[in-house]
Design a protein around this ligand. Structure first.
Ligand code: HIF
Length: 290
């Protein structure tokens, strides 16, 4: 018996082909498990990858996807991570099938896979994350609070090292998925196709009329036309802020530009704080399913 696929010839060193097999297993499971939410675990996998990465602090070099410390309390119990157990549990059979991959590589690879499988741009990815122990859990409060505005967005994403343009590009991922009252307290999807990656988030922000939703829950916005879609206060901040708005308008107009700039910034997000051996130019571009 050899641990982690090691053999008498030496330790098992996975190649790009091995990671492509993991990609395919995640994609296959996404295609099979349609009895969840709007029919896909894809959005919640994207949220898992981002919440694992978005704890990064460039000053101290702490947090980020390297470590997968959200496996442990207290980080798993942070309010911002409510509901992400569904994503972590979804990936456990894949981890069992490929025991050599770290949780931190698996979570980020799966986020890239979900974006590609839901029709988004290629998200080039590289391995190299190591899982860390509970002591590496980040303090609560590093992930954004949706009830706030543009200053908070700049504080949080500035701490990770992003500029205005990159912050807006990232936010286009809210084309995917929805809010759940039992997770964040907010309710509803951002657009009519929450399992398709698109620039709809930006188009609707610009073209739709949004008003305060009348309900007992936290402040959120609803579309005038159908009253079924939602925007968070942080989403609305993107069209209220002079530094953000021009980028919202660019992405609303041009889906190709959005896909390109989103890919670059999502790659950067998933790599924050990771000491890679693989060079940036050698990132893997996984082949998406047919
Ligand atoms: Fe989200 N986000 N996000 N988000 N997010 C939620 C859901 C998703 C913020 C708040 C929320 C990003 C930035 C921010 C996804 C992906 C990304 C929810 C609802 C909230 C409240 C959770 C729930 O109730 O289930 C805030 C304040 C952000 C900073 C502006 C990223 C850019 C958009 C970084 C990003 O990639 C995805 C996907 C979901 C949907 C999850 C689902 O289960 O459907």
């Amino acid at each position: 018996f050899y641990l982690n696929g090691a053999s008498p010839k030496g330790p098992f060193v996975p190649t790009q082909a091995d990671y492509q097999k993991v990609y395919e297993a995640v994609a296959q499971r996404l295609a099979n498990e349609t009895d969840y939410d709007d029919g896909s675990y894809g959005p919640v996998l994207v949220r898992l990858a981002w919440h694992a990465s978005g704890t990064y602090d460039k000053e101290t070099g702490t947090g980020g996807s390297n470590g997968a410390t959200m496996r442990f309390a207290p980080e798993s119990d942070h309010g911002a991570n409510a509901g992400l157990k569904a994503a972590r549990d979804f990936l456990e059979p894949i981890k069992a099938q490929f025991p050599w991959i770290t949780h931190s590589d698996l979570w980020t690879l799966s986020g890239a896979c979900a974006i590609q499988e839901l029709g988004g741009p290629s998200i080039p990815w590289r391995p190299g994350r190591q899982d860390k122990e509970v002591a590496a859990c980040t303090p609560d409060g590093r992930l954004p609070d949706a009830a706030q505005g543009s200053r908070h967005i700049r504080d949080i994403f500035g701490r990770m090292g992003f500029d205005d343009r990159e912050m807006v590009a990232l936010c286009g991922a809210h084309a995917l998925g929805r809010c759940h009252t039992d997770r964040s307290g907010f309710d509803g999807p951002w657009n009519f196709s929450p399992t398709v990656f698109s620039n709809e988030f930006f188009r609707l922000l610009v073209e739709e009329k949004w008003s305060h939703k009348k309900w007992n829950g936290p402040t959120q916005f609803t579309d005038k036309t159908t009253s079924t879609l939602m925007m968070l206060p942080t989403d609305m901040a993107l069209v209220k802020d002079k530094g953000f708005k021009p980028h919202v308008e660019r992405y609303a107009k041009d889906s190709d530009v959005f896909f390109k700039e989103f890919s670059d910034v999502f790659v950067k997000l998933l790599e924050l704080g990771v000491p890679f051996q693989v060079k940036p130019e050698d990132r893997f571009v996984f082949k998406a399913s047919e």
